[in-house]
Ligand binder design. Structure first.
Ligand SMILES: [Fe+2]
Length: 184
């Protein structure tokens, strides 16, 4: 079974979430082409990125245990799907940069590869995302991908502060990429 077939099998139960993942796929493949990366790799990563998002906690724990990653059980729960999906992708032979893109897509991290940035930005601003900045950021990304990536992080940072939900993992990313803003 290809990852696309597997994705559609899992998402039969949650068809309302298909447009999000297809939006991530289209955008990630588009930027991969612009940047000279393999679009098929980013396509696969897009189909993996939320593959386990609707699985229960016990599922993630089983995957972590089966891969000797018991320490990942202490991650914040909202991040676990990226980590468990990254292990499934690794089992299926995806490259390390794609596996990391899946793993870190929720919060990012310091010193991200281009694959990691592409998947994270696509996840946050694909066309079915409802906030108005998403369209603006997609247009900025056409000419200045790095600028769009940083503006997306700035937007998330403000949202996290406003909603009092800043976590240590996102903070690492913000601190790395938004140095000047964070110093304010
Ligand atoms: Fe997503």
């Amino acid at each position: 079974m290809t990852i696309k077939e597997r994705f559609y099998k899992v998402y039969q139960a949650i068809p309302e979430r298909i447009p999000h993942v297809e939006g991530v796929r289209d955008l990630a493949m588009h930027w991969a082409r612009l940047k000279g990366l393999d679009p098929a790799g980013l396509e696969a990563a897009a189909y993996y990125h939320d593959l386990t998002k609707y699985d229960p906690l016990a599922f993630h724990f089983d995957v972590f245990d089966a891969h000797q990653k018991a320490n990942w059980k202490s991650l914040p729960e909202f991040m676990m799907h990226g980590y468990s999906a990254s292990l499934l992708a690794e089992d299926d032979g995806l490259s390390k940069s794609l596996v990391d893109a899946i793993k870190y897509h929720t919060t990012g991290r310091a010193q991200m590869s281009l694959e990691e940035k592409i998947l994270m930005l696509a996840d946050k601003i694909e066309p079915s995302r409802p906030y108005e900045e998403a369209a603006q950021l997609r247009s900025i990304a056409e000419t200045d991908f790095e600028k769009a990536f940083r503006l997306m992080l700035a937007h998330l940072y403000e949202y996290d502060i406003e909603h009092d939900r800043l976590n240590a993992y996102s903070l690492e990313t913000y601190t790395h990429y938004l140095k000047e803003r964070m110093a304010e």
